[in-house]
Write a protein that binds this ligand. Structure first.
Ligand code: MG
Length: 280
């Protein structure tokens, strides 16, 4: 079916949209460079009174650190327009594992501060203190000893929680950034235990987290992203409108072969903002 046909099919849905969940890399920017049409995109959706949330699987930065990054790039972000895999992990522990208070964290100071701000106690002497859970995130300053202590407790059946499944974090430098998924694979090989929960994209609870925090309904929300198997798959599983942009990973030819079919395909976010303008 043609792109235009798909858009017409979603006409009533497009009229009702209140909130956009925005992927970042490949959708809003590439590496450290904003796409040139992004400012016009925000002008249009702000004029239409449509809200937005930036989502990221990167658990190395706290929301405040991310805010600084997005503002430096010139994006209209505020603390309550950012939802990270760390916040999703906090929402998960608070709603699904209520007794858990004391955490041993393999992660950055930024990640630890997010948990501390929400009232969790961070175990600093894992030799003497048994944690209620081990949380593993993306940690560019990985402390090998901390990884080993995490393994010790995981082997003793302490719940094992991963903030995100990514094996590597994208970079334009000549290096491979080993991400949370790969650290968890090392722990899994060492202990024989796999994580009890893996948060972040593509788990649809990432979308549900935004919906709950913003008091929205599924029909109010669209996910805009550049990846079929993460962004679009997650939108489908969360039962919200899925909008694929072609500014990142996906090439037009990839779409027809894919088991995940986005509701709407556009060249870029600005084209989608113009469609919203037309249907309101
Ligand atoms: Mg992306």
């Amino acid at each position: 079916m043609s792109r235009e046909h798909n858009i017409k099919n979603q006409q009533s849905h497009l009229k009702q949209l209140k909130h956009l969940i925005l992927d970042l890399d490949g959708t809003i920017y590439k590496g450290e460079t904003l796409f040139p049409f992004v400012h016009e995109f925000f002008d249009i959706i702000q004029n239409l009174g449509i809200g937005y949330t930036f989502i990221t699987n990167n658990s190395a930065f706290s929301v405040r650190q991310y805010l600084q990054k997005l503002n430096t790039l010139g994006l209209p972000a505020t603390v309550d327009t950012i939802y990270t895999s760390a916040l999703m992990t906090i929402d998960y522990l608070q709603s699904r594992m209520k007794g858990i208070k004391r955490l041993f964290i393999v992660g950055t100071d930024g990640l630890k501060s997010e948990f501390r701000d929400e009232g969790f106690e961070i175990v600093t002497s894992p030799e003497t203190q048994c944690p209620d859970a081990v949380v593993v995130g993306f940690d560019p300053n990985l402390d090998f000893t901390a990884l080993c202590k995490a393994g010790y407790w995981i082997q003793r059946d302490v719940p094992f929680i991963a903030t995100n499944p990514d094996r590597i974090c994208p970079t334009d430098q000549k290096t491979l950034l080993i991400d949370c998924g790969s650290l968890c694979a090392a722990l899994e090989t060492a202990t024989g235990k796999s994580p009890d929960a893996v948060l972040g994209k593509p788990d649809p609870r990432m979308i549900q987290g935004v919906i709950n925090r913003k008091h929205l309904e599924n029909g109010d929300v669209a996910v805009i992203g550049d990846r079929l198997y993460t962004d679009m798959e997650m939108a489908k599983r969360a039962d919200v409108l899925s909008v694929l942009v072609l500014t990142g990973e996906t090439q037009p030819d990839d779409i027809s072969d894919c088991s995940v079919q986005p509701d709407i395909v556009v060249d870029n976010v600005l084209e989608f903002a113009k469609i919203l303008q037309k249907y309101r």
